[in-house]
Design a protein around this ligand. Structure first.
Ligand code: ADP
Ligand code: MG
Ligand code: ZN
Length: 608
């Protein structure tokens, strides 16, 4: 079968496809290729796998940066069973979640690779067995999975490790999901910081760090904490060409929309629906079952271990197709044939979004990532951040900014989704390479969406907000009324505002969207009255970027849909403004490109 990474503009340094590349032959080249087929039943390496394997077989520190589903596990599992490398013995893998560890161990044992899951779940008797096994002159075990807690707890495991090292029977440490060491990452864990002990206490043992999280700050943290500054870096483009990205407005009928979406998937196709809370997971799964006759079950951290395992395994074994989960679900889940990931609620960051959607299509076949966006949802998230007692001010601001990035992503219908996501990883992705495999490219290419410069309207709206007094409590809805010139006699005195009615040819929902865009881009801000339970009301004020928009340094563009009935009004009014009060011309659409309609996108486009 074809690997999931068709060759594309490689990043950041061009590397010829492995088929063409002059490959150095190592003493272990034969062995790794044989065992790849015999043990893992895989015929070819994917991009970068062999390079990573060679580096660790040479006993070097390695940093493997590969997208989710890229096949990072193989880069240590295969070396672990080979005997011709420069290091020998057991491979220790530190992995953040017990469920993930159990999953991987099961996987290896199925392939007759002796592996131990050394976690807090082990009984005292099992622990004794593990210790006895690892103390043998030639341990039979190839891979030991441990949680970071176990590693830092000290006690017997440290003794075992030292003993293995003394006998030259510890081949390498592998730190899976290594981004967990970084406070910049989306998934920071205290116990991961303590992994600095690996290099400090066992300096002779090579370390391999694996992650799908690329921002440079995170990379730097990982290298520093693990003490692997001089490591071999293995990285590749983060694009996932087989994923189709789409953002849709979240309406009251969102559940019907989701059910319809699932309805056009291949029968029995597996999918994940992410939502924000445990209760929601349960409610949504039940609604899908009862009202839409879709076999869906919930999964979240509040369930008992046994229940979680039952659900996870049932889903993995195709006993039912849809899992409705909080983001606690999915890290490291090895299910290659997930055909879609639906976000019923907003992801908390673009990085998180990339990770979560990355669980789709690991087998390389076409899969869809569908996000339902509503501005109201973002307010709930902002409130949660605000009320989170575990976060200090900086962390809160960081999370709010991450959230704003998600909102800009959701409301940006001009830039290719891939370009937007990959820009986050410092990757310069050209939309020409998208092949219409996102809603933005597909719509722009079919001219369904027009993008207009609305900077002048934005200025008027900002000036209008500015003209209210600092103590005027103007909600977003008030501002829409005042902007459109309705409700002149409201007790808040809209009629007195010099800019009353400055947007009178705007339709209500578009005006609301304009103001939301100003909030998302921090041209406007909000202040809140609070009650014990959290925010009570939110009112508008000027934002940090207000002046940048007023003096024209920043521009605001908005998309307008052409075909639907309400749009007729919107486009008419925009045309009116174009001559009347100087709304800019239509922003030139990116060059149309007749990308060959790939099967990858056909399915998704049929629906829209
Ligand atoms: P991640 O990089 O997210 O940790 P995994 O190691 O879990 O990815 O691998 C994802 C899937 O890809 C697994 O099902 C794995 O068996 C499969 N896989 C890995 N390498 C190859 C390969 N060279 N050819 C085919 N399938 C592969
Ligand atoms: Mg993994
Ligand atoms: Zn695109």
């Amino acid at each position: 079968p074809k690997g999931p990474m068709p060759s594309q503009a490689p990043w950041p340094k061009p590397a010829p496809p492995s088929a063409v590349k002059q490959r150095v032959q190592y003493g272990w080249t034969k062995e790794i290729r044989n065992k790849l087929r015999q043990v893992f039943k895989i015929t070819d390496f994917r991009t970068n796998q062999e390079d990573a394997i060679n580096a660790t077989m040479e006993g070097k520190d390695v940093f493997v940066l590969m997208p989710t589903g890229g096949g990072k596990s193989l880069t240590y599992q295969l070396p672990a069973i080979c005997t011709s490398g420069k290091t020998r013995g057991v491979t220790f893998v530190i992995s953040p979640l017990i469920s993930l560890i159990n999953d991987q161990t099961r996987h290896l044992i199925k392939r007759n690779v002796p592996a131990i899951a050394y976690t807090g779940d082990l009984t005292a008797a099992d622990k004794n067995l593990a210790h006895a096994e690892l103390s043998r002159a030639e341990p039979y075990t190839k891979v030991v999975y441990v949680t970071p807690e176990m590693m830092s707890m000290g006690g017997r495991i440290k003794g075992i490790i030292r003993d293995l090292i003394r006998r030259n029977r510890l081949a390498r440490f592998v730190v899976d999901e290594a981004h967990c060491v970084s406070a910049w990452g989306h998934d920071f864990r205290d116990d991961y910081i303590k992994l600095e002990l690996l290099r400090k206490e066992y300096p002779s043992i090579p370390i391999m760090a694996l992650t799908a999280t690329a921002p440079e700050k995170v990379q730097a943290d990982i290298k520093k904490v693990l003490g692997i500054e001089g490591c071999v870096m293995i990285q590749q483009s983060f694009n996932r060409p087989n994923l189709y990205y789409e953002v849709r407005p979240k309406l009251k009928k969102v559940m019907t929309d989701i059910a319809d979406f699932i309805g056009v998937q291949p029968p029995g196709a597996s999918g994940i629906i992410y939502c924000s809370s445990r209760e929601k997971c349960e409610v949504l799964a039940k609604e899908l079952r009862d009202k839409h006759n879709i076999q869906a079950w919930h999964y979240h951290a509040g369930m008992s271990k046994g229940d979680r395992r039952k659900v996870q395994e049932g889903w993995q074994d195709h006993k039912f197709s849809v899992i409705v989960a909080t983001i606690a679900f999915g890290m490291g889940i090895d299910k290659p044939d997930v055909r879609y990931v639906v976000h019923h609620s907003l992801p908390r960051s673009l990085e998180g979004y990339y990770q979560e959607t990355g669980r789709a299509g690991r087998d390389g076949h076409a899969s869809t990532c569908l996000l339902f966006y509503s501005y109201a949802d973002s307010k709930i998230v902002m409130q949660l951040i605000d009320r989170d007692a575990n976060l200090d001010r900086n962390q809160k601001e960081r999370q709010r900014n991450a959230m704003r990035e998600v909102l800009r992503f959701c409301t940006n219908k001009t830039d290719c989704r891939r370009s937007q996501i990959l820009a986050f990883f410092n990757e310069d992705f050209k939309r020409e390479d998208c092949g219409q495999a996102c809603d933005v490219c597909a719509n722009l290419d079919q001219n369904k969406i027009q993008v207009r410069d609305v900077s002048d309207a934005a200025k008027m709206a900002i000036n209008m907000v500015k003209a209210f007094g600092p103590r005027d409590r103007i909600t977003l809805i008030n501002a829409v009324d005042c902007f459109r010139g309705t409700n002149a006699n409201s007790e808040k005195g809209f009629g007195q505002n010099p800019h009353f009615g400055c947007g009178k040819d705007w339709d209500r929902s578009e005006a609301e969207r304009l103001l939301q865009n100003l909030l998302i881009n921090q041209a406007l801000g909000e202040f809140h009255t609070t009650n014990g339970a959290g925010w009570n009301n939110s009112y508008l004020k000027l934002g940090l970027e207000a002046n940048a928009y007023l003096n024209g340094r920043k521009k605001l563009v908005m998309d307008f849909r052409e075909a639907s009935p309400r749009k007729t009004k919107a486009s008419k009014s925009s045309a009116g403004r174009a001559s009347g009060d100087g709304a800019g011309p239509i922003v030139p659409l990116a060059q149309r490109k007749k990308a060959a309609a790939k099967t990858t996108t056909a399915l998704s486009r049929k629906r829209s």
